[in-house]
Design a protein around this ligand. Structure first.
Ligand code: SF4
Length: 259
């Protein structure tokens, strides 16, 4: 009987290769400049597209703009502001009446509750006025950093940060400006890349480009003047089927970030 060969232990499994970083992003100052100079050429007068006349109105409109288009908010706010023109009036509103007025903006129960709660907080703690610091803004119901930045930046010209909505999240990743996909980290990255005097406009520029050209579902890379400096321009083939954005929130043009 032939001698049995010694049992061999099964070959050690190869360790799984580590997942590659999705894209190494180290934007150079020249790249950052090229992106924002290109955007500034496209949109020479970038502004907030929400309609408002006072800081209070902008705060209401921004709260309503969560997961809703600015166009829809602008159709809703004239009636809201007609019935409750300031914080004192809104603080005394019946939440159910506010719900009816803001119903078409989605998540209307929560938004109405936040609007009335915000107005009461303004009356109780700020004499009915919208405060001027991020710390105070963040104390208000329905207000997170994005809303704080939008209101402070546009109503008061105070650049305490950069408003990061779903367009800013998507475009900063596609344009190679950040390796992050959380709004707070993207905001910190942008604040380091840009001088403070550009913080307010930078958000508008990215949002406008996201609305006009770099659509979440179908970016128009073939007519995008940023294509020569955009590291994602070569992904346009089949882009609509497999978005390369790492943000799970990329989707329709409706805003999806926290308020
Ligand atoms: S080249 Fe394409 S992916 Fe890059 S910013 Fe323009 S539209 Fe967006």
């Amino acid at each position: 009987m032939p001698a049995r060969s010694p049992r061999r232990s099964p070959p050690a499994r190869k360790p799984k290769p580590k997942a590659k970083p999705r894209r190494a992003v180290k934007p150079t100052p020249a790249h950052v400049r090229a992106v924002f100079d290109g955007l500034a050429k496209l949109y020479p007068a970038p502004t907030c597209e929400l309609d408002y006349r006072t800081p209070f109105e902008l705060l209401c409109a921004t709260i309503l703009s969560a997961q809703c288009t600015d166009a829809r908010v602008n159709l809703t706010t004239p009636e809201l502001f007609r019935r409750w023109p300031d914080a004192r009036a809104l603080a005394h509103a019946d939440v159910r009446d506010v719900e009816e007025v803001v119903r078409s903006t989605g998540f209307f129960r929560n938004k109405a509750k936040n609007l009335v709660g915000m107005a009461r907080a303004l009356v109780e703690h700020h004499g009915g006025e919208v405060p001027r610091t991020m710390e105070e803004m963040l104390e208000l119901p329905g207000v997170a950093r994005k809303t704080g930045n939008v209101v402070l930046g546009n109503a008061y010209g105070i650049a305490s940060g950069i408003a990061v909505d779903t367009h800013v999240m998507r475009l900063t990743q596609l344009l190679g400006l950040t390796a992050h996909d959380e709004p707070i980290k993207i905001e910190q990255d942008l604040m380091q890349l840009l001088p403070r005097e550009e913080w307010i406009a930078s958000s508008h520029l990215l949002i406008l480009h996201g609305r006009r050209v770099c659509d979440a579902r179908k970016p128009a890379c073939d007519r995008c003047t940023l294509a020569p400096v955009c590291p994602s321009a070569d992904l346009r083939a089949g882009y609509g089927d497999a978005p390369p954005s790492r943000s799970s929130s990329s989707g329709s043009s409706r805003k999806k970030t926290s308020s």
